[in-house]
Structure formats: C-alpha cells, structure tokens
Design a protein around this ligand. Structure first.
Ligand code: ADP
Ligand code: MG
Length: 701
C-alpha cells in the first residue's frame, strides 16, 4: 500500500465531493479515509436472528419475526384511522399497526402467507404491537443476499439534509475496506494476539462495520478497544520511564535535622499508617536519582497538609527551597496559616504570595526567594509568574490539581535549572481506572484512612418544606457552641439568579437568627478578596456562628468547630462538589451533620446523587458513582486529557480491558524497553505516528 493511502482525503470517494466533504469534516470530524474507517457504528440493527413472539421483552427492541397475518381491520380514532393486523407465529400473537398509507398496504397484504417482519416492539395493554414494520414475504426474503447486522453510524441533522444517509456512509466504508483492508498493517505483536486470542486487525475492522454475528462483533470490538487502550498505556508508561531514566532529579540524600527535629518535637499528633506509608513513598522518590512526579490522593480531612509539610522539610534539609500552590486565595491563606503554625516554632521562614499582596510587599519576597533566605513559599497562581524566581527550588507542591492542569505543572518545572520534584495533591478521589488513564504517567499515592477519632458525618436529605425544622436543629447546635455552614449553589450561567437566591436566603436566616444572640458571616464570589477574607476570619475565629456562602468555601477551609453543613438546592450540585462541601464538617471531635435540602421534585440523577450522599462517606465510592452517572468527560480535570478522544473504548465501561492493556503494555516495555526487537517493529512504527507521543519530548526540557 502507498504508506499514506489511508490519508487520502474523503473528497476522493465517489459521492463525497468538496461540499459534502467539508460538511463531514465539520459535523463528524472526518477528513481522511482512515477517519471513516475509525467512525465506528453507534449500534447495529440485528437481523442476524429471528425472534419468537413468546420471547419478546417488554422493554422493547428491534426484532425480526416470521409469522402470518390472520386478521386485518381498520379502526377509527380521533384523527383518521389506523390499520391493525393480527400477526401470529407458533408461540403467540401480536399486532402490526399502520397509521399512514393503510389503504396501499391493505391492498397488498396476503392473509395466511408467511411474512418476515422487522421493527421495534411496544408493550401496551397486555399485548405486543409493532408500528410500521418493515414487511416482506418470506419467499422473497429468502431469495436475497443481505447484511445481517446493519451498522448505524453517528450522524447529524445537517448531514441527513444533505443526503448523507446511513446507507451512504456504510457504502463508503465498505468501498474503503474493499480496496485497502488487505493492506492495513497489524498493530499488535503476534505473541500478544495469541495470548489473548485477539482477532487480527483487518478482520476486526471488517467485523466492526459489517459483523457476521453478535459474537464476531464482540470479538472485533474487544480487539479494537484493547489496541486503543494498549497504545495509550504505552504512551503514558513510556513518558514515565523517560522521566525516570532521562531526567536527572535533584537528589535529597539525607533525612536531616529539620525533619528529625520536627518529627521528634513538633509533630502535633501521631501520623496515621496511611500518612507514614505515603511519606515513605515520597522519601524514596526524593532519594532516587529521578525527578518525582507524584499524585497524592486523599479524601478531604485525611491529613495531606502534614505530609506536604514534612516533604518540604526534606527539601530544606538538603539545602533547597519548597513552595506550595493552591487554587484560591482563601485556600492559600489557610495553608499559609497552618504551615506557619507548624514551622514558625522551628524558626523556618514562610511567606505568602497571592494576587492581593501589594507590589511593595512583594519585593522582599522576591528578594528573599532569590537570595535563598526565604525557605518556604505558599501562594496562588501568582507564584507561576516569571518574576518569581527561586535560588534553588527543590520541591513544588500543587494542591487541588484539577483547578490547574498539566500546563501549570509544566511551568513549575522551569523554576529551577534541574526540574524540582513535583507533588500534586488532590482531594477529589479519582477512581482507579480513570487515574490510570489521566495520570498514568505519574506515580500515585493514596491516603486511604482518616485520622483516628473522627465520627463519620451524618447525612440527611430534607425538602424545602422541612426548612423550619432545619432552622430548629441549627439553633440547637449553635446553643451547644457549634458553628454552621449554609451553602448556596453558584452556577455561572445564572449568576444573577443564584445571587438573588443567596441574598434571599441570607435575609431569611438573618430573620431567624437575629443579633445580638447570633452573628452571621457571608461570603460570595462578588466580594473583594479582603472582604471575603475578613468574613472568613470572623467565622474561623468563632465570632460568627453561621457562615452563609456560595461554593467559594468548597475547597480546603478548616474550621474544626463547625459541625453542620446545610446545602441549599442540593440537587443542583454535582456529587464530587457535595462530597467536598461535606468534608468541611466532621473535622473536630464532635458529631457532625450534613443536611441536603432540595425541592420535592427530583430528576432520576438528582435522586441518585442525594441518595449516594446519604448512604456513604467514602470518597472513592462517591467518585465511582459520579463516573457512572456522568461519564468521564464531565469529571473535573478530564477536559484537556486525551481520554476523551477515545474512538471505541470507554474508560468506565471497559475498565477490565484497560487493566489488561496496562498489564501487557508494562510487560512489553519491561521485556523490550527500547522496542528494538524485530517482532515489536510495528509497535515502534505505530507509536511514532501517534499524536499522543508527540509531546512526550516536552517532558525532557
Ligand atoms: P486535607 O487532606 O483535607 O488537606 P488536612 O491536612 O487539612 O486534611 O487535615 C485535616 C485535619 O486533620 C487537620 O485539622 C489536621 O490537623 C488533622 N490531622 C491530620 N493528620 C492527623 C493525624 N494523623 N492525627 C490527628 N489529626 C490529624
Ligand atoms: Mg487540604
């Protein structure tokens, strides 16, 4: 084959031309023959078997049945008439119904003759019916050659209008397969295909478009999904290997006096086993000769901060500086405070750099960083700016990664001549399978237990009608000295409306909880950072008992005395957001509560989300449900990632295939790291052609 034959523009296909060509490009992203080959059918019309009436299921499906018509009648209805045929096989009876053209049909139907019918069945009033079936005499049906499983391709209204029918697309695909399929190279090594009994590439492509049977289709799809996931895993693992072998990392050889002193004298509590395990993993990375690129996952309240601080001490012990970057001003503030509390007693200098730090106050920070007299910097995006230069940054910690993404991670690399070690912390539990695809090039650590003595937050679901009872409960808790959050949704599109909800809510809470007995804080996105900070501070210090807020409090704030989280319009929040919000309480020794208030009417998904929250506190379980409900594309942090570009596999549904693919990708790279074996030539060649591999070299800057 001409090596680029499959790169031929689709306009060369008979019946495409420039007009339809550019439409196909716009609507389905199709440019080349190859794109068409990889336009996989959404579903198939299964005409590979015949059903019996007795086997039909009430859920309705497209089925093909052989039987005879025994009666025909026309029934008058409000608008016009319908034609109803009684259709019978040796197992039962059903009805065929026509609302249009019944005269024409009635004239042609032959009572008592065997017919083949095809269509979608309905279940109504105790019997099955099929409106407007495809119908053909069995004698004619048998004389014809036909596709048994008809592919149904993705399409759009515009395409249909321009005459690009499903049949046409399937004709084009068939034409390409006829001409080129024999030349499509195998992309998986023979050994792997044998091991897993995988269908060959050419056959798989034929069978995925024009399957002979359900079984062949399943095998073809498995093979193509496997190949797709296998190469992504190869890409991620190659990245990781390159990083480990080619990028010299700063070597933190010693566990020095600062770490030891902190551990012996300043650690405010005993570390949990999970925290110790993670610290060991981090230490091993820092002491190896490779650069660390580690993701630390830990549910809200699992105690990631102390781990971050102790990792920083390892950097300091080896003569390096450390920084921590958080996604919001408030969160950076809190980190700054808790880190100072821990490090001040040891005489370690810590500074805070955020957007609201004034120019004149920045100067000394910049100077301190460049001179090396400042050891630890905590900040927001401001830290990424070019003017922020370190003498020798050894460790960069990024909190809540999904707010930043890969690009920012890369910017931290440039802050030192040898890239600093990077620790990314996230409180959004990422299901394992998704983590494998999203962060397959990172090492992953998990803090999977909470510090001892935590009582799980008790969660209930209430409706608007229960609000007075909720206020009563808040009063009781406040009387016991506790504090309460009341959170309102804030969704970009309807900001003005949400703001009104918040203000109405604030007023009614003010009426219910009047001064001087009660003090209320309010924080929302339209306030100036200083005002927000002031209000937060009043709540943190206990001057106010109630914090009314939009989701700005979502990430990170730590007020152990707060024991009630009331979430208004809870059905409007996503699961991971609800889980994050709930994580704001349950941080102290007292029993905490989360009250989800929704309207009485809920969508199916809304119902599932609230029920999930009521039934579990486990972040990973919640993340799993979230993934099932929304698919990977809508989860935070997945937007820019390649996993959305998958053509046939699905990281949720195909998690087993994903695991297998990762296993074999790892094995292949272990046995033949350079892919130099003759039998791996095709792998090497395919990798060289793949988009995902192009930016691997960015990692080696
Ligand atoms: P997150 O993982 O959400 O960032 P934090 O680091 O803020 O969690 O920790 C939550 C709370 O738990 C803090 O008040 C912290 O001091 C406390 N904490 C962390 N680790 C332990 C531990 N091992 N034992 C007791 N309390 C701990
Ligand atoms: Mg935190």
């Amino acid at each position: 084959m001409h090596p680029n034959a499959l790169q031929t523009p689709i306009t060369y296909l008979k019946g495409v031309g420039p007009g339809r060509g550019s439409l196909l490009g716009r609507e389905l992203g199709l440019e080349t023959y190859q794109d068409l080959l990889y336009l996989f059918p959404n579903r198939y019309i299964d005409k590979s078997r015949f059903y019996k009436i007795a086997e039909l299921e009430r859920s309705g499906a497209e089925v093909q049945i052989i039987g005879r018509i025994t009666h025909l009648k026309t029934i008058s209805q409000q608008k016009g008439k319908r034609l109803v045929a009684t259709f019978r096989d040796d197992t039962g009876t059903m009805e065929l119904v026509w609302f249009r053209s019944h005269k024409w049909i009635q004239d042609r139907l032959k009572l008592g003759e065997p017919y083949v019918i095809f269509g979608r069945t309905n279940w109504f009033n105790g019997s099955f019916s099929m409106p407007h079936p495809e119908i053909e005499l069995l004698s004619q049906f048998e004389g014809q050659q036909r596709i048994r499983m008809q592919p149904v391709y993705p399409s759009t209204e515009k395409l249909t209008k321009q005459g690009v029918s499903n049949r046409l697309i399937s004709k084009w695909v068939q034409a390409i397969l006829n001409e080129y399929s024999k030349q499509i190279p195998e992309a998986l090594p023979a050994e792997l295909r044998d091991n897993l009994a995988l269908t060959g590439k050419q056959r798989a492509l034929w069978q995925v478009h024009f399957p002979n049977s359900q079984k062949e289709l399943a095998q073809a799809r498995f093979r193509l999904k496997f190949e797709e996931l296998f190469y992504i895993q190869l890409a991620l693992l190659t990245k990781k290997n390159l990083r480990k072998s080619r990028i010299k990392g700063l070597v933190f050889e010693k566990v020095g006096t600062l770490f030891t002193e902190f551990f012996n004298n300043y650690l405010p509590f005993e570390l949990t086993e999970a925290q110790k395990k993670v610290l060991r993993e981090i230490r091993a990375d820092l002491g190896s000769h490779a650069q660390m690129n580690r993701l630390l996952q830990g549910d809200v309240g699992s105690g990631k901060t102390i781990v971050a601080v102790m990792a920083m001490l390892l950097a300091l012990d080896n003569g390096y500086q450390a920084c921590l970057v958080a996604p919001t001003e408030i969160l950076a503030q809190q980190h700054y405070q808790s880190i100072r509390e821990l490090l001040d007693p040891m005489g370690i200098s810590v500074a805070l750099l955020t957007g609201s730090v004034k120019a004149k106050d920045r100067k000394p920070i910049h100077q301190g960083l460049e001179a090396g007299s400042l050891s630890v910097l905590v900040g927001t995006h401001a830290v990424f700016e070019k003017v922020v230069q370190f003498k020798n940054l050894g460790l960069a910690i990024i909190d809540e990664q999904h707010r930043f993404g890969v690009a920012q991670r890369a910017r931290m690399w440039k802050k030192n001549s040898t890239p600093p070690h990077i620790l990314v912390m996230t409180a959004t539990p990422i299901p394992r399978t998704l983590a494998m695809s999203l962060y397959g090039d990172l090492d992953i650590s998990v803090i999977d237990t909470l510090p001892p003595g935590r009582k799980p937050v008790r969660t209930v679901h209430r409706t608007d009608a229960d609000r007075l009872r909720v206020f009563g409960f808040m009063r009781e808790q406040i009387a016991e000295g506790r504090q309460v959050y009341v959170v309102y949704p804030l969704i970009q599109e309807s900001e003005a409306l949400d703001y009104k909800d918040l203000m109405d809510g604030f007023e009614s809470i003010q009426r219910e909880f009047p001064p001087p007995s009660y003090q209320i804080s309010i924080v929302h996105g339209q306030m100036k950072p200083q005002d927000k900070e002031f209000e937060m501070q009043r709540f943190v210090s206990g001057q106010t008992q109630i914090m009314v807020a939009t989701t700005v409090i979502e990430v990170g704030v730590n007020v152990p005395n707060a024991s009630v989280m009331v979430i208004e319009s809870a059905e409007r929040f996503g699961l991971s957001q609800l889980h994050q919000l709930r994580g704001r309480v349950g941080r102290g020794a007292d029993q905490s509560y989360c009250i989800l208030i929704s309207s009485g009417k809920l969508s199916q998904d809304g119902q599932t989300r609230l029920q999930t929250m009521v039934s579990t506190n486990d972040g990973f379980e919640i993340a799993e449900t979230d993934l099932q409900l929304r698919g990977p594309g809508n989860l935070m942090g997945t937007q820019q990632s390649g996993i959305l570009a998958l053509k046939i596999a699905d990281v949720v549904q195909d998690s087993d295939i994903l695991k297998t693919a990762r296993f074999y990708a790892r094995q292949l790279l272990k046995n033949d790291p350079g892919l130099t074996a003759h039998t791996h030539k095709m792998v090497r060649e395919k990798m060289a052609r793949m988009e995902v591999f192009k930016n691997i070299w960015d990692y080696i800057s």
